[in-house]
Design a protein around this ligand. Structure first.
Ligand code: SF4
Ligand code: MSK
Length: 649
């Protein structure tokens, strides 16, 4: 399926999905610019920036380093390529970590307000989890009211953001051996804000000029995300909105309705989407929709706000990152309600071609041309009703002749919180450990992250995942990777038929898919928690386990932060898109080699999903060997039939 636009110049394959391709074709026919057009307009992209060798950290610059040695080897200040690459990477990690952690802070502030009875529409939904988490971090829960415990928990977690504590509360979950490693390296995260501020300080001109020292702090900064801001976001969202349990939902553009008011919730934060879902059931608003000729109000998700809603409420999912413009091209959307992160500014321009309203809601994330409704959680329920009303009132403006909903939806299962996974296993990780020990399941891999228009949308996610499950490797997914696998039909219990015989038998006996949806980007913290629980149950460090991470189609700074904390936690991670570090051989050597001797894990870059699967399979077998489990030697795992390509690019 390749397009040939622009006077016959081949664009190559942009997506593997029919719904996306149909909307790309339609956008082209109607002269609507999309992300792929803008990528082409940017090419060739700057080679210095691709290598990480450009710096604009001060006004003596901007500077760039010539990687071939004929031009400048140092910036005006004297910084060399190692320092510039490491500084740039550190700032990228700080930006990603800050994004997750500020999301966590927003959740925490509303949780605190709710605990004080000051936030309309928010309450403690999972009381048992509130008490368990509070008890875990040393808060007395005996004989105390829900609000007393919640207030103490909020205060304790607030302190995680500053540097009042020696280390973050959830570091206690980390296996002791790993904590010792972090202490030895001086990378135990102290405060969420502290590590991020220090990263920015160190990368100012003339502060940290040692690339190793810079990269160690970059790891510490990422850990303040994975075991701090993101984990706080996940745990408090569960307490307020409910801990996910397995739920069947539907995915792709087919979830839009031809005869209902369609509202897409896009971004990351569940604070607004939770009350919007409730508002969409308000009888008065449903009656208003009917008065305009619609049969009801249909809420759908995009990106990670969508994942939050799918995980907890089974709300249907319209698509992942590269679908955000294409969903507008259906002409069927009355409103796209956005919070923050991964929302292209271009959605405003695409929406202008239709009757769709873009409604921004976070004062931190304004979009010129959008309608801004400032979201104040103290009045969350009322604001949600106001937003839904705006969408309903746009329905009469819909041009039904322009509506094109391209495909029928596909079923997918979500809702695999750590609690749900342990529940499916009978309350303990032991059955999973037994299956890994016996070799029925060889290991587990987290396939996470975004879409990137430089790659055919979702191809790498789907093919890598398919190869892993065929090889009896359990796959855990979050974010856009989850949506990709859902659309490909790899996330229902019946998808166990796609897995190797060992994994298939385990999935069939438990009634679960071989690819488990664990949530949104911040919910990668669930994967950390599960890895720690497995390591603690066996009495080893995380890096001993047959685990790996993969971010086949990543694009965002948040994804870099995630990759960094996953590696710093002891899980080797394979990236499908080259990060901008190749201007420094020293930095590459450290991240792709030396780090293994320090944190027991490293990065690899492999854009070919079949080679990535092979690499991961060998890594997992090596970890099995290290644990004294039955293993297959690396040279016996060849690029044979079981690793062969099933879908060509
Ligand atoms: Fe150039 Fe150094 Fe300033 Fe960067 S910090 S822009 S390398 S002078
Ligand atoms: S939405 S960060 S594109 S996973 Fe979380 Fe998807 Fe990546 Fe955004």
């Amino acid at each position: 399926m390749s397009a040939t636009y622009d006077n016959g110049r081949p664009l190559g394959r942009l997506t593997i999905h029919d719904d996306a391709q149909q909307m790309i074709d339609r956008a082209h026919e109607e002269g609507i610019e999309t992300v792929w057009d803008r990528l082409r307009a940017q090419e060739p992209q700057c080679g210095y920036c691709q290598l990480g060798l450009s710096c604009r950290n001060c006004a003596m610059g901007p500077c760039r380093i010539d990687p071939f040695g004929e031009g400048p080897r140092k910036g005006v200040c004297g910084a060399d390529g190692d320092v510039i690459v490491a500084r740039n990477l550190g700032r990228t990690i700080a930006a990603g970590s800050s994004s997750h952690s500020d999301h966590g802070r927003d959740i925490l502030e509303v949780f605190s307000a709710a605990a004080h009875g000051e936030a309309s529409g928010y309450r403690v939904t999972d009381e048992a989890k509130l008490r368990r988490i509070a008890g875990e971090i040393g808060i007395n829960t005996e004989g105390r009211s829900t609000s007393e415990v919640a207030v103490d928990l909020a205060n304790e977690l607030m302190a995680n953001y500053g540097s009042a504590k020696g280390s973050l509360s959830f570091v206690e979950r980390v296996p002791a051996l790993r904590r010792e490693k972090w202490t030895g390296l001086g990378i135990t995260p102290r405060g969420v804000d502290r590590e991020n501020v220090e990263m920015m300080h160190r990368t100012h001109m003339g502060v940290d000029n040692d690339y190793v020292n810079l990269l160690l702090h970059a790891l510490r900064t990422s850990l303040s995300d994975g075991w701090g801001g993101s984990m706080i976001a996940t745990e408090l969202s569960d307490i307020m909105f409910g801990t996910p349990t397995p739920v069947v939902s539907e995915v792709n553009l087919g979830v839009l309705s031809t005869d209902q008011v369609n509202i897409a919730m896009h971004g990351h934060n569940p604070l607004l989407s939770d009350v919007i879902v409730a508002a969409a059931e308000d009888p008065e608003l449903v009656a208003l929709a009917r008065s305009f000729g619609a049969t009801g109000i249909n809420i759908v998700g995009l990106c990670c706000t969508g994942n939050e809603m799918l995980m907890r409420k089974g709300v249907h999912m319209a698509g992942n990152h590269l679908m955000q413009e294409l969903v507008l091209v259906t002409g069927a959307l009355e409103a796209m309600v956005v919070d923050y992160q991964c929302i292209m500014p271009s959605v405003v321009d695409v929406a202008k071609c239709y009757h769709t309203k873009i409604i921004s809601t976070s004062d931190k994330a304004k979009f010129p041309g959008a309608t801004h409704v400032s979201f104040d959680p103290h009045h969350g329920a009322q604001i949600a009703r106001d937003i839904v009303r705006m969408a309903v009132e746009a329905y009469p403006n819909r041009n039904h002749e322009r509506v094109r909903i391209p495909v029928a939806p596909v079923q997918m299962m979500g809702g695999f919180s750590v609690e749900a996974i342990l529940g499916a296993l009978g309350g303990t990780p032991q059955p999973l450990i037994d299956a890994i020990v016996a070799g029925t399941i060889r290991g587990a891999v987290a396939v996470v992250g975004c879409n990137n228009p430089k790659l055919p949308q979702d191809l790498e996610h789907i093919e890598l995942t398919r190869k892993l499950i065929e090889n009896d490797i359990l796959v855990l997914v979050t974010g856009c990777a989850a949506v990709a696998n859902g659309k490909a039909g790899q996330m229902m219990p019946s998808s166990a038929a796609l897995a190797g015989p060992g994994l298939r038998s385990v999935c069939e006996s438990l009634g679960i898919p071989p690819v488990l949806h664990m949530g949104s980007c911040v919910d990668n913290s669930r994967i950390m928690q599960l890895a720690a629980a497995l390591a603690n149950a066996i009495g080893v460090d995380i890096d001993s386990l047959p685990l790996a991470g993969a971010a086949p189609e990543w694009y965002s700074e948040k994804a870099v932060a995630i990759g960094a904390y996953v590696v710093a936690s002891g899980i080797t991670t394979v990236l499908g898109v080259q990060p901008p570090i190749f201007g420094s051989q020293n930095v590459v050597n450290l991240l792709a080699g030396g780090l293994d001797g320090v944190v027991g894990a490293k990065f690899a870059v492999e854009p070919d999903p079949y080679k990535a699967a092979l690499l991961i399979r060998r890594h997992i077998e090596a970890k099995r060997q290290g644990l004294g489990l039955p293993f297959i030697a690396a040279d016996e795992i060849r690029d044979n039939e079981s690793m062969a390509q099933t879908v060509g690019v």
